[in-house]
Design a protein around this ligand. Structure first.
Ligand code: KIV
Length: 285
């Protein structure tokens, strides 16, 4: 998948995007044929146990992005710009975006909307790096948008959001994430702009859908937003497997012969006949 192929899918078929943060999951997701893989800063919450996405930095993001790109053969891999890579140090934004491409092997970056978003996005696009925008509920600036709740419930807020989507298209973003907003507003934006909209909690009319993989696999128990569908609940399955391991080790049911290595009986007899005493010196050969 490349940027042109993603854009060309608009009005042809719905697009799919999932997050991934490591090699084994990225390999599975890619093998299924998911169009885009986002190395999201949700890494902070679902993998690193932090309470805010603002607490994850470039080092952690690059470390995980590299693991993902090592596994992926087909999907477009997008690195999520962490808070301090462009909001704390806007002058560092191009350098940091470039690191996702050259060091980690991503094809694009994603940036959440904030006060100076257009200026920063413009600089990154000018440097030749494809950018996916992100509007609506933007967790990095959650204090400024009134908390983790549905965005643009009134006409004035909806107008602001529509304007942001149009501006992101005009500045050259190849796509935009719409997070947690009424489905009719997402539909309006999707029809208004020519670049694909990827929804999360934004209804069925978006051009594509994204979910955090730990949410849809049932691997993140701290909270589950209304817009998450758990396609499987892996937590109890993993808990059972770990418990079975614990019990089998204690009861000496694991390992069995099937998981062990043997030695010929005659060799064993030779070792026994050596009559080794403690303190015996062994040659290193
Ligand atoms: O970090 C992330 O996982 C995201 C998605 C929710 C779009 O930004």
């Amino acid at each position: 998948m490349n940027i042109a192929e993603i854009i060309a899918l608009k009005n042809k078929r719905k697009m799919t995007m999932l997050t991934a943060y490591d090699y084994p999951i990225a390999e599975l997701v890619d093998r299924v044929g998911i169009d885009m893989i986002l190395v999201g800063d949700s890494l902070a919450n679902v993998v690193l146990g932090l309470d805010s996405t603002t607490k994850v930095g470039m080092q952690e993001m690059l470390h995980h992005a590299k693991a993902v790109t090592r596994a992926v053969k087909n999907a477009l891999v997008i690195g999520d710009m962490p808070y301090d890579s462009y909001q704390v140090n806007p002058e560092e934004c191009v350098k940091n975006a470039q690191r996702f491409i050259t060091e980690a092997g991503c094809q694009a970056v994603k940036l959440e909307w904030f006060e100076h978003c257009l200026e920063v996005t413009g600089k990154i696009i000018k440097a030749g790096i494809p950018v996916m925008g992100h509007i609506g509920l933007t967790p990095q600036t959650v204090d400024k948008i009134g908390g983790f709740k549905v965005q643009c419930k009134d006409a004035e807020a909806a107008q602001r959001l529509i304007k942001q989507a149009v501006e992101l298209e005009e500045i050259g973003c190849f796509s935009v994430v719409l997070e947690c907003l009424p489905d009719k507003i997402a539909e309006f934006i999707t029809k208004k702009i020519k670049i694909p909209t990827i929804g999360i909690g934004a209804g069925v009319h978006c051009d594509g859908q994204v979910l955090v993989i730990h949410d849809m696999l049932g691997l993140f128990a701290r909270y589950t937003p209304k817009f998450v569908k758990k396609y499987i609940d892996l937590s109890p399955l993993i808990t059972k497997a770990v418990n079975d391991f614990k019990n089998e080790v204690i009861q000496e049911k694991f390992p069995t012969d099937q998981h062990s290595f043997s030695i010929k009986e005659e060799e064993l007899e030779k070792i026994k006949s050596l009559n080794l005493k403690s303190g015996t010196k062994y040659s290193s050969g």
